[in-house]
Design a protein around this ligand. Structure first.
Ligand code: DGT
Length: 234
């Protein structure tokens, strides 16, 4: 039924005028190692769905420079440079033309701003002038570009669980990432998506998924989100 419904929806979508072609946009958010990639993989088989992976490879190789590595090695020197690149590449993903009625994004420009930039500033790793420059770009982008989301799927984890996962996957750049860092990112995610304490951050509806359990066992949870996302299609 879902499949027939999506085909009808897709046919209707393709006859819409260009300016009405706004896909139902979902941001998949959560701590490092929370399972965002696994979640998106689940949707690869779904019809009418465009999956936008996070542009990590662009951060690892910008004309031969590994900005992700530089940021982890010396965040006070490279934090602004890295976040500038993140903001630019995430904006690219937000405004990318999408011919499908559903668009799933791994993270968003919003988490870059409200989680990572915020953390660098709060920890006094990023200076106030650097923070102000990034923030003024973020404000300009918010007013002039469509970075709106219709739903956030929050893969909620405990820092200890993602710390173990991150160590197990052993991504080269992340070997210096501490449990303490993951705890700070966790608190920022909770403040943003659960306690909703960030002033001015307009939030779409949020689905919270318990992502602490083994990712292989999460198919039913992913299915629940899939049904919910498809049910939002008008
Ligand atoms: P997953 O599939 O949930 O395990 O997700 P990951 O860990 O592959 O992807 P993600 O987005 O949590 O992060 C990839 C790496 O990039 C990770 O080392 C954190 C880092 N990262 C992502 N976005 C930002 C950002 O805006 N600022 C900073 N400082 N780091 C970021």
């Amino acid at each position: 039924n879902l499949c027939i419904y999506s085909c009808v929806r897709s046919a209707a979508y393709s006859t819409m005028s260009e300016d009405k072609r706004k896909p139902f946009t979902v941001f998949v958010e959560g701590n490092i190692g929370s399972g965002k990639t696994t979640f998106l993989k689940h949707f690869e088989q779904c019809p009418n769905t465009y999956i936008a992976a996070e542009p990590v490879e662009q951060w690892r190789d910008l004309k031969g420079h590994n900005l992700l590595e530089l940021m982890y090695k010396d965040p006070s020197r490279w934090g602004l440079t890295f976040q500038t690149m993140v903001q630019k590449t995430m904006l690219d993903v937000h405004v990318q033309k999408c011919d499908e009625p559903i668009k799933l994004m791994e993270r968003s420009i919003h988490s870059a701003r409200h989680i990572f930039v915020e953390n660098l500033f709060q920890q006094k790793i990023m200076s106030a002038p650097e923070y102000a420059v990034l923030d003024s770009w973020f404000e300009w982008i918010s007013s002039n570009c469509d970075i709106h989301g219709d739903l956030i799927v929050y893969l909620k984890t405990s820092p200890e669980v993602v710390y173990e996962r991150m160590k197990a996957r052993a991504r080269q750049e992340e070997h210096t990432v501490s449990l303490e860092y993951l705890e700070k990112l966790h608190v920022l995610h909770e403040n943003w998506l659960i306690h909703k304490t960030i002033p001015g951050a307009a939030l779409p509806p949020i689905v919270v998924v318990d992502a602490n359990q083994n990712l292989d066992l999460m198919a039913p949870e992913f299915k629940r989100c899939q049904n919910l996302i498809f049910s939002h299609l008008k």
